[in-house]
Design a protein around this ligand. Structure first.
Ligand code: CU
Length: 176
C-alpha cells in the first residue's frame, strides 16, 4: 500500500513539469497572435519583388493579386492543374479582347494550340503555363497617372470556358 502511494507520488512529480511546459507553450503562442500578411515592399527593376500566382482547375490563388503601381515584380505563375491555363493581366477591355479571340478558336481540331492574338493596345500581359509547369516573368506594373492608381485590373484565364468556371481574380492596388 505504502509503496503504491509512493510510486503514485513519483508519477505525479513527473507529470507536473510537462503540464507547466504545455502552459508556457500555450502562453507563448498567445503572445505571437494570428499570422498577418507582412507589409509589401515594392519591387524595383534591379530587385523585383517575387509574386506567386497559382492556377488550378479552375481558379487562381490567391483570391486577389496585390500589386504596387509602378513596381517591378518577378511573377511565378504555377499551374497546379491538369489543364493548360494562362494568366492574362489587364483591364476589362483586355479581358474582353482575349475572351473573344480565344472563343473564336474553341473546339479547334486536335493538334497544336491555334495561334491567338489581339490588338496591341488590349494585349495586356499574357502568360501561358502547361500543366505542372511554372513560368517566371519579370514585369513592370503600370504606374497610372500621377497621384492616382491605375485603372481596375483583373487576372483572367480565357482558354474557352475557364473564365466562366471561376478563373478570374481582381488586382488590388496597394501602397508600398
Ligand atoms: Cu484556365
Amino acid at each position: 500500500m505504502e509503496s503504491a502511494r509512493r510510486s503514485n507520488r513519483r508519477h505525479r512529480r513527473g507529470v507536473l513539469p510537462i503540464a507547466l511546459l504545455a502552459l508556457a507553450a500555450a502562453a507563448t503562442a498567445c503572445e505571437v497572435g494570428p499570422v498577418v500578411t507582412p507589409p509589401i515592399v515594392a519591387g524595383a527593376s534591379g530587385a523585383p519583388r517575387e509574386v506567386n500566382l497559382i492556377a488550378k482547375d479552375y481558379e487562381f490563388l490567391p483570391a486577389t493579386l496585390d500589386l504596387v503601381p509602378g513596381e517591378t515584380v518577378l511573377l511565378h505563375v504555377i499551374n497546379g492543374g491538369l489543364d493548360v491555363h494562362e494568366a492574362i493581366i489587364g483591364s476589362e477591355a483586355v479581358q474582353d479582347a482575349w475572351e473573344r479571340a480565344e472563343a473564336a478558336v474553341a473546339g479547334a481540331p486536335p493538334g497544336p494550340t491555334p495561334v491567338v492574338s489581339v490588338p496591341p493596345d488590349v494585349s495586356g500581359l499574357r502568360i501561358v503555363v502547361g500543366s505542372g509547369e511554372r513560368v517566371d516573368v519579370v514585369w513592370t506594373v503600370p504606374a497610372g497617372e500621377p497621384g492616382e492608381a491605375p485603372p481596375a485590373f483583373i487576372v483572367g484565364c480565357h482558354i474557352p470556358g475557364h473564365w466562366e468556371r471561376g478563373m478570374q481574380v481582381p488586382v488590388r492596388w496597394v501602397a508600398s
